[in-house]
Design a protein around this ligand. Structure first.
Ligand SMILES: *Cc1c(COP(=O)(O)O)cnc(C)c1O
Length: 342
């Protein structure tokens, strides 16, 4: 059994958090002269520091309790806070499985945390035999698993994740930024079983709200309490909270958008496989596809001259390019231009 408190940095365990005016009195009615706000305008009040109305809607969507939700200014804020709660600078380590999302390494570097990089195998799956030597190491605090993985687009095998959850005494963070595009269920379904499971999701991808910056972190309520202690008091603006509340009302429309993108993804995959310079198109559980081409740099530069911007991943996987699925028009343009590439 994981001992959560022993994983938390000592200064955070002992931290007395900032107590905001809205922490000390949270009623709705009254004359508010406690927070040095202006009495004029309609955005004059500080936002709810714990975003309770929004969390209530998210809790219904995800079938978790409100006190198991943390909301960040993008998932990136949640990732940074995990480091600040659990990792002591220049002492602790984390594990990531490469190639993967670059923010884990950047957040680690900012927090002066050592990163152990385990390479995914040629199916982009975790090699457990190579991982086991780290599982008892008490200075390893976090393991990041991105599923569906960015940039490979595949899901990580559930049984491997379960093995890690059971054998590792630190926190296992599963980044599910792309889960709404996948055929698999979320790891949230294992939520009640593992105290050390943290799941990240976001409004930036399937919900089409990248401009708003709203990331969701789901965890045991004790983990949430530590994150709340450390976060800036008013990290989600009232504008952002209300825009997301409105978007959640459109969830049927969002579902249709996701279905459409999945159809477009499958069409792109089929078409790309026909192109002579494409060595491999990987299956995808996300809203992007990874392709292996003969010469990624020259394809990338060619597409730029046609004003089409894709993500050249050559530096992390030789001759691989990641392409986001656009709308039908954009995808038609892309395919037409690619057919002309020599
Ligand atoms: C896009 C993405 C996110 C989302 O980050 P936000 O800060 O919520 O926009 C998180 N994780 C992965 C793997 C991503 O690709």
């Amino acid at each position: 059994m994981v001992d959560l408190d022993s994983l938390v940095r000592k200064n955070i365990l002992e931290l007395t958090p900032y107590s905001s005016a809205r922490d000390e009195f949270s009623g709705k009615e009254g004359i508010f002269l406690d927070a040095n706000e202006s009495p004029f305008g309609n955005l004059n009040r500080y936002p709810d520091p714990y975003q309770l109305r929004l969390k209530k809607e998210i809790s219904k969507l995800k079938n978790v309790y409100s006190n198991q939700i943390f909301l960040g200014n993008g998932s990136d804020e949640a990732i940074d806070l995990l480091f600040r709660v659990f990792c002591t600078p220049s002492k602790d380590s984390i594990i990531v499985f490469t190639p993967t999302y670059g923010m884990y390494q950047v957040a680690a570097a900012i927090n002066d945390i050592h990163v152990i990089e385990e390479r995914l195998d040629d199916q982009f799956q975790i090699n457990l035999d190579s991982l086991v030597r780290y599982l008892d190491n008490t200075s390893v605090k976090l393991i990041f698993i991105c599923s569906p993985n960015n940039p490979s687009g595949n899901l990580i095998e559930e049984q491997k994740v379960v093995d890690i959850l059971e054998r590792f005494n630190g926190i296992v963070v599963i980044d599910e930024a792309y889960i709404d595009f996948s055929d698999s269920k979320s790891f949230l379904s294992l939520f009640d079983k593992y105290l050390n499971l943290v799941v990240l999701q976001t409004f930036s991808k399937a919900w089409g709200m990248a401009g708003v910056r709203l990331g969701m972190l789901f965890a045991n309520e004790r983990v949430i309490r530590y994150l709340n202690k450390v976060k800036p008091p008013y990290n989600i603006s009232s504008i952002n909270q209300s825009v997301i509340l409105e978007r959640i009302k459109e969830k049927e429309k969002v579902k249709n958008e996701i279905d459409l993108l999945k159809q477009e993804r499958n069409r792109l995959i089929k078409q790309m496989m026909q192109l002579p310079f494409v060595v491999k198109v990987y299956p995808s559980n996300a809203n992007f596809i990874l392709i292996n081409v003969q010469d990624a740099d020259s394809l990338y530069s060619y597409l730029i001259t046609k004003k089409i911007v894709v993500r050249n991943r050559d530096k992390i996987i030789k001759n691989h390019i990641r392409i986001t699925v656009g709308n039908a028009f954009e995808n038609d343009q892309l395919l037409a231009v690619m057919k002309e590439f020599k």
